[in-house]
Design a protein around this ligand. Structure first.
Ligand code: 3Y8
Ligand code: NAP
Length: 260
């Protein structure tokens, strides 16, 4: 359903933008450009998140109750969930909190990736299934899923794992034969072609994040004929979802500048 315009951008407009993705950063730029009163929220998952052109807050809210209290204390009039498709708990919490607080919510989400000719993808429902999908013979695996679910792969220590993390791991990795490259996307196809070739990768495990910031490795895999085990997104309850910054700006009541 097309979101109805909630307000014509009255001067009471105050937006909570839950960020952490390429699309959230694009939306922040559009809002800053037209002077919308908005707060950009990070979880504080990384040591030094990229700065935004909006006032930022960093850290959890303290569950649904903390979020409801924060929304009220900040007199928020609109909430945009532009978090990652795998940030399921945040999306679940804000869906509930928006109803309790009576503040409208709109989700900005990129479509899932769809295989193209030449792709060799195996879809699995979750990370546990991705572990099971790995072969038994020792294999060179590119684990492009960050660090929060790494420990699940300890049940298959025989593989050589290449990890890509945003921050250097504090302690030892939970895998005996693993190497981490430290890099913050968005990544380019040339970067990922080189990474996959240099490390003689035989299979990639990735989340079906969608969007442009993480898709370079899939394009490189297609060229190099490397199979991909792709983890489906967690299922969330029905929400108002749009795919573009322009639709979000219209919903807030500000026609986006042409070309945003
Ligand atoms: C903290 C903010 C922007 C946002 C950029 C996007 C693209 C680059 C690609 C690979 C896959 C992965 C991971 C990834 C990408 C974008 C986007 C995206 C994937 C930052 C960021 C934060 C995070 C959190 C981090 C997770 C991890 C996931 C690495 C900033 C850089 C694998 C997801 O060390 C950790 O604990 C990292 C945790 C959640 C997944 C995981 O479970 O480990 N993202 N990523 C946000 C916060 O604190 O609120 O530090 O600047 C943002 C981006 N990461 O503004 O341009 O839009 O998706 N992020 C995945 O998609 O599979 C890397 O290596 O190919
Ligand atoms: P999650 O598991 O859904 O959320 C766990 C808790 O982290 C939430 O309950 C909330 O804590 C806090 N949180 C999450 N996102 C937040 C935000 N934007 N602002 C304030 N608090 C937030 O989240 P996640 O998967 O760890 O993702 C964390 C951040 O990384 C998000 O901003 C997301 O967009 C970004 N990101 C995630 C991925 C991924 O693969 N998961 C990929 C790229 C970017 P409280 O309950 O205390 O409020």
């Amino acid at each position: 359903p097309r979101p109805t315009i909630v307000s014509q951008g009255s001067d009471m407009t105050r937006v909570l933008l839950l960020g952490g993705t390429t699309e959230a950063s694009a939306l922040a730029r559009a809002m800053a450009e037209v002077g919308i009163d908005a707060i950009f929220s990070y979880a504080g998952r990384t040591d030094a998140p990229v700065a935004q052109p909006l006032p930022m807050r960093i850290g959890g809210f303290g569950g649904v109750d903390g979020l409801v209290a924060w929304i009220k204390s900040e007199a928020i009039t609109h909430i945009v969930d532009a978090t990652h498709p795998f940030a399921a708990r945040m999306s679940q919490n804000v869906l509930i909190a928006s109803k309790i607080a009576g503040v409208p919510l709109l989700v900005l989400e990129r479509p899932a990736w769809v295989a193209e000719p030449g792709d060799d993808w195996q879809h699995v429902p979750d990370t546990e299934a991705a572990v099971r999908a790995l072969p038994d013979r020792p294999t060179r695996v590119f684990l492009a899923i960050g660090k929060q679910t790494l420990s699940l792969f300890a049940s298959k220590p025989q593989h050589n794992y290449l990890l890509r993390l945003v921050d250097a791991p504090e302690g030892p990795l939970p895998l005996p034969d693993a190497e981490a490259v430290i890099a913050r996307g968005p990544f380019t196809e040339a970067d990922d072609l080189k990474l996959l070739s240099d490390h003689r990768i035989e299979v990639i495990i990735a989340k079906n994040a969608g969007g442009s910031g993480a898709e370079a490795k899939l394009k490189a895999a297609r060229l190099l004929q490397i199979p991909v085990i792709l983890i489906d997104r967690p299922v969330l309850p029905p929400r108002d979802v749009v795919g573009t910054v322009t639709e979000v700006m219209g919903w807030i009541g500000h026609p986006a500048r042409l070309g945003v």
